[in-house]
Ligand binder design. Structure first.
Ligand SMILES: Cc1cc2nc3c(=O)[nH]c(=O)nc-3n(C[C@H](O)[C@H](O)[C@H](O)COP(=O)(O)OP(=O)(O)OC[C@H]3O[C@@H](n4cnc5c(N)ncnc54)[C@H](O)[C@@H]3O)c2cc1C
Length: 387
């Protein structure tokens, strides 16, 4: 596997073990069928608990039966999952970074005990409801609202593009608390079997097809007071979850690009035209050289992020730069790899075009490329250009 500047030599034993375990799991259990799942628009749900047993959900958190591995180990895990398919990484990212993380960071002791061990094992599944039909890039304009009622809250609104929603046991719903001064955004743990919770699967996707996506409506859904996440108020709640998930994406995208590179290099070495492997043509070598360079610089950025995160110096803007750069890189390199495979490159027998299509989602979710550009622009100039 491409590791041009020898990052392997800096890994600890635990990090190598986690990476190799994930790589082996992907090769044996997922890769053989992933193209079929992609074409069918299905996720290998039978693997969800197996992924839990292997510690793939929020392994970088501590307590509650969670292993508390290093941020590099977590990143390597995301990289290996996405080298197979962005849908696989999305499943683990949402469960770990968007659902378990806010419960761990902002939940009550009872909420943590109720959800974290089961979710870590993959016995309960979560989803994260922030995006609404009319509010994507600007979630602070959300219309979903919570009104205080006897012993709890009544929720109304709708959320769309929600990964795992159709199979989730619980949704972290971000809503405006209409009963508090200033209507702050608050997080609610909503069990999906509550009266008034209606979910539909989104089936028309041409990207991230091996991932289950849905929309849900909240029609006078009652949740008791103890289902409110007590530890956070305001947009910093959902945004801090997104920082965690984007960190995983910055690593994961490198995995997708690396897979494209490996497939293109193998293909170019085997495939002969004009009586010689196409890898012997300078034009093809230039593509491989550029791909390897782009992947290597993105890998370095991901590793640096892990160091900053480990010592508590990681800022959301660092993550924005890495998400923006690494996903754009993977999106571009998947297209080059596809091109190197000629006609075969447009089939599901090879991964690059699947990665290429997946990258359209990854480029868009968790803050679009444009939004991360604006976050960086604001950080660099002190001037916000969102509106
Ligand atoms: C497969 C999939 C899974 C998803 N999973 C989840 C999930 O689990 N939970 C969740 O809450 N959401 C999820 N999302 C939603 C995702 O985060 C949103 O799609 C994303 O934030 C963009 O919002 P939007 O689609 O409404 O696009 P819009 O916000 O309408 O943007 C459309 C275009 O306008 C551009 N734009 C917007 N504002 C500006 C600006 N100020 N300046 C310049 N350009 C701008 C954008 O960059 C984009 O190109 C998912 C999306 C997809 C596709």
């Amino acid at each position: 596997m491409l590791d041009f500047v020898g990052l392997e030599s800096d890994l600890g034993d635990e990090e190598r073990l986690i990476r190799d375990t994930a790589r082996e799991f992907v090769e044996e259990r997922v890769r053989p069928d992933i193209a079929d799942h992609y074409e069918a628009g299905t996720f290998p749900t039978e693997l969800i608990t197996e992924m839990g047993e292997m510690g793939f959900y929020a392994p970088n958190l501590d307590g509650y039966d969670l292993p508390n591995v290093s941020e590099t180990a977590y990143g390597l895990l995301m990289q290996e999952l996405e080298a197979c398919d962005s849908g696989l990484r999305s499943m683990a990212s949402v469960q770990g970074a968007l659902v378990m993380y806010p419960i761990h960071a902002f939940g009550s002791e009872a909420q943590k005990e109720q959800w974290l061990p089961d979710m870590g094992r993959g016995e309960k599944i979560g989803c994260f409801g922030l995006t609404e039909p009319e509010h994507g890039s600007n979630p602070s304009a959300m219309e979903t609202r919570a009104e205080a009622a006897d012993g709890g809250y009544v929720l109304n609104g709708s959320k769309t593009w929600i990964t795992n929603a159709p199979i989730a046991d619980v949704a972290v719903v971000w809503a405006r608390d209409k009963s508090s001064d200033g209507n702050p955004v608050r997080g609610f743990l909503v069990e999906t079997d509550r009266d008034g919770f209606v979910v539909n699967k989104i089936t028309e996707k041409l990207s991230l097809r091996a991932s289950i996506t849905g929309e849900f409506g909240l029609n006078d859904v009652f949740v008791p007071e103890e289902n409110v996440l007590p530890g956070v108020e305001g947009m910093k709640g959902p945004l801090s979850c997104l920082t965690q998930a984007r960190y995983g994406i910055a690593w994961g995208a490198v995995g997708a690009a690396r897979d494209c590179f490996e497939v293109a290099r193998d293909y170019a070495t085997d495939r002969e035209q004009f009586d010689t492997p196409i890898a012997s043509f300078q034009l093809q070598q230039e593509k491989l050289a550029e791909m390897a360079t782009q992947i290597t610089t993105s890998q370095l950025l991901a590793h640096r992020l892990a160091e900053l995160k480990e010592r508590g110096d990681l800022r959301p803007q660092h993550v924005s730069m890495a998400k923006r750069n690494n996903v754009r890189m993977a999106r571009d390199q998947a297209r080059v790899a596809r091109e190197m495979l000629g006609g075969n490159g447009i089939t599901s027998d090879y991964s690059p075009m699947r990665h290429m299509a997946n990258m359209e989602t990854v480029y868009t979710y968790e803050g679009t490329h444009d939004i991360h550009t604006l976050i960086l622009g604001q950080d660099l100039t002190g001037i916000a250009a969102f509106e």
